[in-house]
Each structure stands twice: as structure tokens, then as C-alpha cells.
Design a binder for this molecule. Structure first.
Ligand SMILES: [Zn+2]
Length: 744
């Protein structure tokens, strides 16, 4: 590659993107100049460009350490299709071929070589490297160095020795999961003490988080897939092999093409299932956590958990496999008391040393807290990774359907005293039967039909009691007997509640696991399937992509991401130059596939004509979200803004986007404050009323106009908070307030 090219030119000509995202540019600049770096970036955040571009900019070959072969293969194929000289050296490559690649590397025939850590650290390979010009070392999935993490790979520890042996080439370590302790461990173990840490937001705004109380998990899952993702690829995680098998079989018999994947299956079968998942367009893989780390499939539209993961890191990493292309995706989980019991037991059986068990315990508590939260789930999740976020997200279940709470002080007392009166050795079902006064054989045998708590809970149904017990255990107010059969026991925290000295509030579980809202066409997110013309073109482009993928023996997404095809449907480019403006199409892809795509477009236009309301193409490069999606709030604000500009009222936008109208109003207020929107385009009020509201802001607290409540009250609750927020934004943009700005 020509070393005089700039990073930006490479981004455009090789990778087909117009803009860098987040920290990418700063990282590339640093590494290209020879400096080390630690990069924390969410999955789908464009991590790999951070080392790929410097490797192309610097003389010599970039060595990329990657733990899984499948992942390497994918990345290498994708790079080759983009015209980059890349290869992989790992155990799947025959020895002769591996030797040839090593020799090619030494002679400078490659820009990037992917290698497994155990291979890299062999004396043989290190010797070859000593005779090779090296551009950099990239250590991907760097959290594998963490002994406390769930992906610990002992070979990663040895990577620390690279620095001594090769002091000159820069080292860049990258990961998509790292809480503060793991981050420190990476720095310590890899000797990156003096390297700057580039920490991007961990938010994945396109993923919608949802946690449902479990009643019949498989039925719930089936309904979810049928209603929301009938045409999509997805991953379902279960904790045990047995559940994987059963779940895959049950989905399969219900007409979903579902395949099991776990470490107990023969290697060839696993490989075949993984390949089908990668190559085909609507396969659901049901897996234990053994699956997924090497999976770089960008169009996974949902990740479902039938069992609760052990920690929020694991949850975040697993759900992070959804929607890497930046298009809407779901993280869906069912959760019940059995999950808590099972995980607590796993932990009790753990042979790990005390210190590690304590850490595992904390991680479980955080996971439980996430499941039971009544707050925005994204706030909880990001908070765990040290990211404070003032705004609720509008794209999780608790935001979309706010959770009610109820005073459970009395119910908690009854539930706990039933535990006590029956001897602290029974499980939830038994306890609920006693509370509800069901004199079955077992209860009579133990004499609990004569217990003082027998029948004192008839006023509450079993589902609610189950929810009560689950929440008491999650809160540590009850514990699970580990040695025996999972009976519930009191803890030292139980007493004040039993005595009625401490009030307890429970979350009200939703009655029905209602579907939140439908998205426009599950098969083609972002494309209106009602629009027959768009749908036909989308299908034709996907068919072309399938053919090309088969020809090149790569998964379809390696040829083009869905996002690229979507842009083509949207803008209908008519020439090579116009195609180059689509994200994800660089020079090499244009040369290889440009004619075929233009042919499909031409044919489509001949058959159906060209729609009149196409957006102008010049917008494509400037207005589209760079590398598939931008992070953060700005995108969602932009979406709201676009609808407002079409003349939609806030409530209509809320309905259209499936968001709360308060959220829409806060988007609109931001747009007003940014000068993108005029107050009159949002608020349909007579001038005089707007003046009245403004006067109220001035009168009540001209120094600090940032609490809305006094104004809301003073105006007799006549105007919603959202409306007040917009009026205030109008005042801010006019400079009515002297005081410091803040939004909120
Ligand atoms: Zn939220």
C-alpha cells in the first residue's frame, strides 16, 4: 500500500466509508505514528479499522493476534475482497501452506497477517518475525488476558513478552468488554502502562433491551421469534447442553430453522451448524456460551437468553452480537427465580479461591439488579461499565413501558414468615401452596395445613407470589439453601422486614408479555416492506449478493452489509461514481461488483420505473450515518427531527417511532436548542400562551431556569413538561438566559 496515502483516503478508497467514527481517527493517528494504545470500543463500533488502517499506512506487515479461527477467516476474506493483502496463519492451514505464508510475510507480500496467540509465541514464528519488517502488533479481544474474565486464555499472558523482543513496532490492544478492573489487568499484563486509553461509549443504541418474567420460556421465545423475527437470523443462549438440545428441537418442530451448538456435539457437526448460520439468511442458532466469540456476522437481528448469564459482562458481550451492522436489533431475555437459584448453586459449588468467589458474587448481584430494575436498562448497563448517562434511552422495555411498583411490605412479611414456619427447607412452589391454603398430600404429611401461615395469602395469585419470592431472593432478603434442594431460608437482612420495620417495594411484572411495537418489516430493517417497489429491489439485490457469496465461498455479509443494500434501495445510484457514495463500497468492491449491481438496478428500473421521491444523492455521503450507525443520542434526535420536518406532531412522532412522547419532546427541545428547528414547528400554541409560559420561566427563577417543576405547577399543570422544555429551548437559543446552559 502506498505510504503517502492519508488515513482518510484509505478509509474512503479501501473501506468505502466517508467519515471516521468516535475515537477511530485519534487512535489511527497515534498508532500510525508508532505509539501504543489501548482501545475500548463496543462491538460494531469499528474497532478493526483502528489497526487495519495504521497497518496499511506504516511500512511492513501488521500482525493481528486473534483468539478464534473462524473470526480470522472472516476478517481475512473481507479484507481480501476489499483488495487488502491479508492472510491468516493458524492450525487450520496445512503446514506447507503456512510455511509459504510465513515466507511471503517475510518478503513483504502482506499488509496484514492474522495469527493465533499460541502460534505467535512459538520460538519458530518469533524467529521469522525477527527477519520481517513489522508495522505493528494488534492484540484483539485483549480481555482474554484477564484471569477473572469469562474468556480467559492462558496464551494471552505470554503476549507480555512481545515488548521485550520487539521494542519498536507499536502495540495496540483492543476489546469490546472491559469494566475497570479488567481494564487495569489488561494494562498491567500487557505492559501498556504508558499507553493512552481510548474509551468509546459502550452504548449500542440500536439494540433494544428487554427482560421478561419467565413463565414458559420456550413458548415465550417462539412467540417472540414468530411475531418479531420470522425472517431473521438470531442466537438463543441457554446455560446447559440439555436445554440447548431441547430448545432447538422445539423451535425446529414449530417451523423455525434452529440448530443446536454446544461443546458436546462432534466438531464437524458444530462446524456445519456454524457455517449454515453464517451462510444462510434466517437460521437461529441455539447455543451454550461456547458459541459466538468468533462470530462476526453483522446481521444477527436478535440475541435471546433463556437463562440468565453469570455477569453483566457476559450479558453485554453476548447481546452485543446482535445488530453489528447498526440496524435495529433485540436483546431479549426471560428470567425467573430458577435462574437465581441455579446460578447461586453454581457459585456455591465453585472451587475458586475466596477472593474470586467474592468477585463472582458481586457480579451476580449486579446481574440481578439489572433484571429487577425499574429504571432504564441502558442506564443500568452503562453505569456498570462506569458510564453515567443522564437521559433515559427510549429503547428498552422499562422506557417503553414504564414499570409500576407496589407496596409489598405486607406480602413480604407473609412470604417470609411462611418460609420460617415451614422450617426453611422448602422451595417456592411448596411455599406458595401453603400461602394459598392448598391442602395437598405433601402439605398434610408435613402438617403445614396447621401452620399459622396456611392460607394467609389467598388474596394474591400464584404468579404474583412467584414474583414476590423472586424479588426477595434477588434483593438478598431471602437466600437459597445451597447444600440441599434449593429451599429458601431467611438471612440477617430478613428480620426488619419480618417485623414490619422496613417497607418493601416490588416491581409489578407486566401482566402479558406484550409485544412492544412492530418495526417496519423484520426481514429488511429500514426498508418499508409495504412498499412493493423497494421490497422487490431489496430481494433482487439480496439474490445477487447470495450468488456472489457462493461464487467467492464467503458469507453474504462479507460481500455487502444489509446497510449497504439499504442505501442502494434508498438512493438508486446509476453510475459507478454514485455507487461509490454508498457506505461500504470502496474502489475494489466497485471494480468487482459495481457492474452487477448497476445491472440489477437498470433491470429493476426498466421493469418498474424510477420512484419520484428519491432523496438527492448528494445527501448520501453527508447525511447518512457513517460506518453503519452513529452512536449516541444524536441519531435518535435526528430521526425525530426528520419526522418533525415532515410536519408530524410530537404525539404522531411518538406513535410512529414507538417512543414515549416525553422522549420525543426532549429530542425536539434539543433540536430547537441546536437551531435545527423552530419552536413554532413543534408547539401548536397561540403566541399569547407561549409568551405566558416564557414569562413564567423568567419570573420564577431567572437565574436557573433548569427546573421545570415550578413552572409546571405555576401554570396549573396545563402544559406538559415536554412542551415546557421546548419553550425553554426556544428561549435558550434566543439567549434569554444568562446563566450557564445545560439540557435536562
Ligand atoms: Zn431505556
Amino acid at each position: 500500500m502506498n505510504s503517502e496515502e492519508s488515513a482518510h483516503q484509505i478509509l474512503r478508497s479501501v473501506f468505502g466509508y466517508e467519515h471516521f467514527r468516535g475515537d477511530q481517527e485519534a487512535v489511527i493517528e497515534r498508532v500510525a505514528a508508532g505509539g501504543d494504545a489501548l482501545v475500548l470500543m463496543p462491538t460494531g463500533g469499528g474497532k478493526s479499522l483502528c489497526y487495519q488502517i495504521p497497518a496499511l499506512l506504516r511500512p511492513g506487515v501488521g500482525i493481528v493476534v486473534s483468539p478464534l479461527i473462524a473470526l480470522m477467516q472472516d476478517q481475512v476474506s473481507a479484507l481480501q475482497l476489499q483488495g487488502v493483502r491479508a492472510t491468516a496463519i493458524n492450525s487450520s492451514v496445512p503446514m506447507d501452506e503456512a510455511r509459504q505464508r510465513e515466507e511471503g510475510m517475510r518478503q513483504g507480500r502482506y499488509d496484514l497477517v492474522y495469527v493465533a496467540p499460541e502460534r505467535l509465541m512459538t520460538e519458530r514464528f518469533l524467529n521469522v518475525l525477527e527477519r520481517t519488517e513489522l508495522a505493528l502488533f494488534a492484540i484483539d479481544e485483549a480481555h482474554c488476558v484477564s484471569q477473572w474474565g469469562h474468556d480467559f486464555r492462558p496464551e494471552y499472558i505470554q503476549l507480555a513478552a512481545l515488548k521485550e523482543r520487539f521494542p519498536t513496532p507499536p502495540r495496540i490492544a483492543l476489546t469490546a468488554t472491559a469494566d475497570a478492573p479488567t481494564r487495569q489487568e489488561i494494562i498491567d499484563r500487557l505492559g501498556l502502562g504508558s499507553a493512552p486509553v481510548f474509551c468509546s461509549s459502550f452504548d449500542r443504541p440500536n439494540i433494544r433491551y428487554r427482560v421478561l418474567p419467565k413463565n414458559s420460556a420456550r413458548q415465550q421465545l417462539l412467540r417472540f421469534i414468530r411475531e418479531e423475527h420470522p425472517q431473521d437470523s438470531g442466537i438463543v443462549y441457554c446455560l446447559s447442553r440439555k436445554r440447548v438440545e431441547e430448545t432447538a428441537a422445539s423451535l425446529d418442530s414449530s417451523g423455525c430453522s434452529a440448530l443446536p451448538y454446544h461443546a458436546g456435539l462432534p466438531a464437524e457437526l458444530r462446524e456445519r451448524h456454524q457455517q449454515r448460520f453464517l451462510q444462510e439468511e434466517k437460521v437461529v442458532i441455539v447455543a451454550t456460551i461456547a458459541f459466538g466469540m468468533g462470530i462476526d456476522k453483522p446481521d444477527v437481528r436478535f440475541v435471546a437468553h433463556l437463562d440468565m448469564p453469570k455477569s453483566l459482562e457476559a450479558y453485554y458481550q453476548e447481546t452485543g452480537r446482535a445488530g453489528r451492522d447498526g440496524l435495529p436489533a433485540d436483546a431479549w431475555m426471560t428470567y425467573g427465580i430458577a435462574d437465581v437459584v441455579m446460578l447461586r448453586q453454581l457459585m456455591a459449588d465453585s472451587q475458586a479461591e475466596e477472593r474470586i468467589r467474592r468477585i463472582e458474587g458481586h457480579k451476580l448481584e449486579a446481574m440481578l439488579g439489572y433484571c429487577e430494575t425499574t429504571q432504564c436498562r441502558r442506564q443500568v448497563l452503562l453505569g456498570y461499565f462506569g458510564e453515567e448517562r443522564a437521559e433515559t434511552c427510549g429503547n428498552c422495555d422499562t422506557c417503553l413501558t414504564p414499570v409500576e411498583t407496589w407496596d409489598g411490605t405486607e406480602a413480604a412479611r407473609k412470604a417470609m414468615s411462611c418460609v420460617y414456619r415451614t422450617g426453611q427447607r422448602f422451595g417456592v412452589n411448596y411455599l406458595i401452596d401453603v400461602l394459598q391454603g392448598k391442602a395437598n398430600e405433601r402439605i398434610t404429611r408435613f402438617g403445614h395445613d396447621r401452620a399459622s401461615t396456611f392460607g394467609i395469602g389467598r388474596d394474591i395469585d400464584s404468579a404474583r407470589w412467584r414474583s414476590v419470592y423472586r424479588q426477595l431472593v434477588a434483593a438478598g432478603l431471602l437466600t437459597v439453601e445451597m447444600a440441599g434442594h434449593g429451599g429458601l431460608q431467611l438471612t440477617e437482612k430478613s428480620r426488619p422486614v419480618l417485623r414490619g420495620e422496613q417497607p418493601v417495594h416490588f416491581r409489578k411484572d407486566p401482566e402479558k408479555t406484550a409485544r412492544l411495537r412492530s418495526r417496519s418489516g423484520a426481514a429488511a430493517p429500514g426498508i418499508d416492506l409495504q412498499d412493493e417497489d423497494a421490497k422487490a429491489l431489496w430481494d433482487a439485490l439480496r439474490a445477487l449478493r447470495r450468488t456472489l457469496a457462493q461464487e467467492h465461498e464467503v458469507p453474504p455479509y462479507v460481500i455487502f452489509h444489509d446497510a449497504t443494500l439499504q442505501e442502494i434501495v434508498r438512493y438508486r445510484p446509476r453510475s459507478g461514481a454514485e455507487l461509490m457514495q454508498m457506505s461500504g463500497i470502496g474502489q475494489t468492491k466497485l471494480d468487482r461488483y459495481g457492474d452487477a449491481i448497476l445491472e440489477v438496478l437498470k433491470q429493476h428500473e426498466a421493469d418498474r420505473g424510477r420512484p419520484e421521491d428519491l432523496p438527492p444523492l448528494a445527501d448520501a455521503a453527508t447525511s447518512r450515518a457513517p460506518v453503519p450507525v452513529d452512536t449516541g443520542v444524536s441519531d435518535t434526535v435526528a430521526a425525530t427531527l426528520a419526522l418533525a420536518k415532515q410536519g408530524k406532531l410530537p404525539d404522531e412522532i411518538a406513535a410512529h417511532r414507538g417512543l414515549k412522547s416525553t422522549t420525543i419532546y426532549s429530542h425536539l427541545a434539543k433540536a430547537i436548542e441546536a437551531g435545527d428547528l423552530d419552536l413554532t414547528e413543534v408547539v401548536d400554541l397561540p403566541e399569547v400562551e407561549i409568551r405566558t409560559i416564557e414569562a413564567a420561566f423568567h419570573e420564577l427563577d431567572p437565574e436557573s431556569p433548569f427546573t421545570l417543576k415550578p413552572v409546571f405547577d405555576a401554570l396549573g399543570e396545563r402544559y406538559s413538561y415536554g412542551m415546557l422544555r421546548c419553550v425553554r429551548a426556544g428561549m435558550i437559543v434566543r439567549g434569554d438566559f444568562e446563566a450557564g446552559r445545560e439540557s435536562g
